[in-house]
Design a protein around this ligand. Structure first.
Ligand SMILES: [Zn+2]
Length: 381
């Protein structure tokens, strides 16, 4: 789970649950749910409620869920990070409560000062959803709780194309294209961000697999946090193997570009400015972990944070950076390889000098993504 705090007096909790949905189980990882580490203020288990002390003369602590109403029903008709979710606003009224925590089942999803007044919960799993809000005093002792059970139902149309409409994308079906399961033509302003091929002056429409488009929408939201309104790319669809070769030859591994389920990102353009953050120039290769890395310039910091967010927020399953190898010195390769969560962690060398960098993996190993299907060597993806 990611917890997002928004400007409203509401703490926003986003749950992308660990339960798989049929179309996306390849990318569902339990790490979606982020549960705070236990500490001294961890509440007792949900079945071990401790009644509050009855101190005469003090205000009785209380907590009531005022929304949603018990038994309410919510449709998963919003799109979040490529998933259909239901937005469930949980409003709470409290008296003499310092902190409130939202539980789904027995899992704590978010905790906030009682003054925020509630949570926005994004549910992506159909069926009964039991929401519990627990109130704590200043000492971290539970003083009150309330429960509301609601029902989550699927949208009328769970298809990818309906998702593009829900995201407000300007798109049209594309003609059958070799390698692409569901080809669509998407206009190049996605979530307020322009997608421009590096050698073009203006953005142009892009052919892609339908399922890539919601990922790009998520990418747009990530870069927007940094005042970026342009993604400068060097390609989505390219019917070829990793490192080159004909996918039909049977002698090489088709790239995700052959399915138009990948994009190579060359740089980022800043809003109201001619400034561009360009991987080849501004990404400084350093030894050690890619995320968070140790960026020393604003440009490098933004590139690192965007690269790491694409991965940690699961906008994409594979994120290859200039740290990966020389073939990626000038771009992020990001794709939707099923079952993968991968970002290169280390590189043998520092920047500069660039020549030869990345050809030498620290261990000389290839990377096993866990299902033995995706061994990445050191060729362009
Ligand atoms: Zn690529």
């Amino acid at each position: 789970m990611r917890t997002l705090l928004v400007a409203l007096p509401i703490a926003l909790s986003l749950l992308i649950g660990s339960c798989a949905s049929p179309s996306r189980d390849d990318v569902r990882v339990e790490g979606r749910v982020e549960v705070r580490a236990p500490d001294a203020s961890t509440p007792p288990p949900l079945d071990a409620f401790v009644p509050p002390d009855e101190d005469a003369g003090t205000v009785e602590p209380s907590l009531a869920i005022t929304a949603p109403l018990e038994g309410a029903s919510f449709v998963r008709d919003s799109v979040e990070a490529g998933f259909w979710v239901a937005r469930v606003r949980v409003d709470v009224e409290t008296t003499a409560i310092a902190t409130i925590a939202l539980f789904v089942g027995t899992t704590e999803l978010a905790r906030a000062p009682a003054s925020v007044g509630g949570f926005d919960h994004l549910a992506d799993t159909d069926g009964e959803l039991r929401l519990t809000v627990v109130g704590f005093d200043e000492a971290g002792l539970e003083r009150a709780r309330d429960v509301a059970t609601v029902t989550i139902t699927p949208p009328a149309d769970t298809g990818c194309r309906a998702m593009l409409d829900a995201l407000g994308l300007d798109w049209a079906p594309a003609s059958p294209t070799r390698g692409i399961v569901d080809p669509v033509r998407v206009q190049p302003v996605i979530g307020g961000v322009r997608y421009r091929y590096v050698s073009n002056d203006e953005p142009t429409a892009m052919t892609m697999d339908c399922e890539l488009a919601p990922r790009l929408h998520h990418l747009s939201r990530i870069v927007s946090r940094y005042g970026v309104d342009e993604i400068i790319h060097i390609g989505i669809y390219n019917y070829r193997c990793i490192g080159g070769g004909d996918p039909d030859s049977g002698t090489c591994t088709p790239s995700m570009h052959a399915q138009a389920r990948a994009i190579d990102i060359w740089g980022l353009g800043l809003q109201d400015s001619d400034v561009e953050y360009v991987l080849e120039r501004d990404w400084i290769i350093t030894p050690g972990d890619t995320c968070p890395g140790s960026p020393s310039t604003d440009a490098d910091r933004v590139l690192h944070e965007v690269g790491c967010a694409m991965w940690s927020e699961r906008a994409f399953q594979i994120v290859l950076t200039p740290n990966y190898n020389a073939a990626h010195r000038n771009h992020f390769h990001v794709d939707m390889t099923p079952g993968s969560m991968f970002i290169e962690y280390s590189v043998a060398g520092v920047d500069p000098p660039v020549p030869g960098l990345g050809h030498t993996d620290v261990d000389g190993h290839t990377h096993d993504f866990g299902d033995d299907e995706h061994e990445h060597g050191h060729a362009h993806e």
